[in-house]
Design a protein around this ligand. Sequence first.
Ligand code: SAH
Length: 230
Amino acid sequence: MKYSIIIFVLISFFSKCEQDDRFTTAGNRMVQDQIVARGVTDSATLTAMRKVPRHLFVPPELIRYAYDDNPLPIGSEQTISQPYIVAFMTELIKPQKGQKVLEVGTGSGYQAAVLAEIVDSVYSIEILPELAESAERRLKQMGYRNINIRCGDGYAGWPEAAPFDAILVTAAAEEIPQPLIEQLKDGGIMVIPVGSMMSIQALTVIKKEGEEIKKETVLPVRFVPLIRSE
Ligand code: SAH
């Protein structure tokens, strides 16, 4: 009896190790084939994308698709973005140690985790309570101590924690939210998909330089729309 328990524990342990190895391989392949192959070069971004276990951010029934080259549903009609888009947006804000970054649209918490591997602190706002709660639980369980999550309308930003070195919006806005521009540091960068759900949106990079706001569109994208609380 005692030996069969020991054997069971050993088998469970080794099959868990084998499964972890498979996910690590899938993660490395995802970075090489989908992200490096499309031109992302920032080493901090690539290291973070290799490190964060994406399969822990998708619903259990979709785990086998976690490292595929597409977005996946996460419930409440929302999605976790395609891995390449997460990496591309991360690279665009030029993340560095010592920085404070705001994300609007926590969703699964995956983008927040990727950022938290690089910068000092991440503030992330999610409008749907069920997603805010599950992301917070997940990130805490995974040991992230530098991510702060709030449930609310991200259009208004997080004034008490501002200003931010960078702001990343992961839902499409019809117009660029003025409060977010105000909460950017001088020299800060914001990345936001702009446009309506009907059309293809333009991933837009905004740079704040003193009084000047520079805008550049970099890629056609399709995100879920930013929900407004009335
Ligand atoms: N970054 C997420 C995916 C984003 S999907 C990830 O890594 O998984 C877009 C998310 O934005 C959804 O979860 C949606 O509920 C949220 N959202 C939509 N409108 C919002 C708003 N006004 N404020 C905050 N979050 C919002």
